[in-house]
Design a protein around this ligand. Structure first.
Ligand code: NDP
Length: 288
């Protein structure tokens, strides 16, 4: 065949999750591929937990260029990989797998996506800042590790389940330069006056329970605070609206979602991600 012969074979990436049907990532990735004229496809694939091993073997057999993992596979996938990035190893969870030759390497772009959104969308450098995270789950782990590695001075983890919160604080104190402390989440949390950034890293306020608010003493939210929400749907959560009423600056979870996808796009394709195209595609489906 000559060099100009058409190829009908696309490069394949996608997401494994359960349930996964409502995951909107396909929309932004395919918009990105189209904008960069890349012959790539992003598939949204339902994989039950007991079938993850088979799914990962299938991924290798079909020579996928990579895959995203969402709930409940982010930790379980690690045993099926050939290696981890230093951050994914530290966080203990993988949301993006990249094929390198015959090897599948796990990365975590959630925290990096949040860091980029804090820097580029909010215009705030986390260096030297005091940050409070509400929640200690997978998202809080990824975000707090990246902000700690980026030079945050102090991290407070506020969590309902003490063991989970303490475990994250131990990780931050032992493996990052930041100082971290745990605060049990009992009643309405009072944000300490010296806090620079407050992050809701819980699913409280996520569609469809859109009016739910994390238990925070709103009078402790000051105008010089940056208040962030991890929830991308709806982007303008009840918590962010309440923080705005207190005069605080806010950062929604859409930017994090766009950037974690843009970082994965770039890792997979080697091409710079068209971030604004991807953001608009996502805003359209999320009604932002
Ligand atoms: P996890 O289940 O791993 O963690 C959930 C955390 O929220 C835990 O700390 C849990 O506390 C806490 N929590 C849940 N419900 C309550 C409640 N009613 N009261 C107090 N605390 C509560 O979830 P993830 O960390 O994976 O995800 C959290 C959110 O982040 C989700 O809404 C997800 O959509 C979003 N997300 C957004 C991303 C983005 O790009 N914008 C990327 C990844 C996630 P406890 O330990 O006590 O159970």
């Amino acid at each position: 065949m000559g060099e100009s012969s058409p190829s009908y074979k696309a490069e394949l990436v996608g997401v494994f999750g359960h349930p996964v049907a409502e995951n909107p990532t396909i929309v932004m990735q395919e918009a990105g591929f189209a904008a960069r004229s890349l012959h790539w496809r992003y598939l949204t694939i339902e994989v039950r937990p007991e079938q993850l091993a088979d799914a990962m073997r299938g991924l290798r057999a079909m020579n996928f260029a990579g895959i995203n993992l969402t709930i409940p596979h982010k930790v379980a996938v690690i045993q099926h990989l050939d290696g981890l990035s230093p951050e994914a190893e530290l966080i203990g969870a993988v949301n993006t797998v990249v094929r390198e030759g015959h090897q599948l390497i796990g990365h975590n772009t959630d925290g990096q996506g949040f860091l980029r959104s804090v820097r580029e969308d909010a215009g705030v450098d986390p260096q030297g800042k005091r940050i409070v995270f509400l929640g200690a789950g997978g998202a809080a782990r990824a975000m707090s590790v990246e902000l700690a590695l980026a030079g945050a001075a102090h991290v407070t983890v506020v969590n309902r389940t003490a063991n989970r919160g303490r475990e994250l604080v131990r990780l931050l104190n032992e493996r990052t330069p930041a100082q971290a402390e745990f605060v049990p989440w009992q009643g309405a949390y009072i944000v300490p006056a010296e806090t620079d950034i407050l992050v809701n890293a819980t699913p409280i306020g996520l569609f469809p329970a859109v009016e739910a608010l994390p238990a925070v003493h709103m009078a402790s939210i000051r105008p010089d605070l940056l208040v962030c929400d991890v929830i991308p749907n709806p982007p303008r959560t009840a918590f962010l609206r309440a923080a705005e009423q207190r005069g605080a600056r806010t950062l929604d979870g859409l930017g994090m979602l766009v950037y974690q996808g843009a970082i994965a796009f770039q890792m997979w394709t080697g091409v710079e991600a068209p971030v604004e195209v991807m953001r608009r595609a996502l805003e359209e489906v999320l009604g932002a």
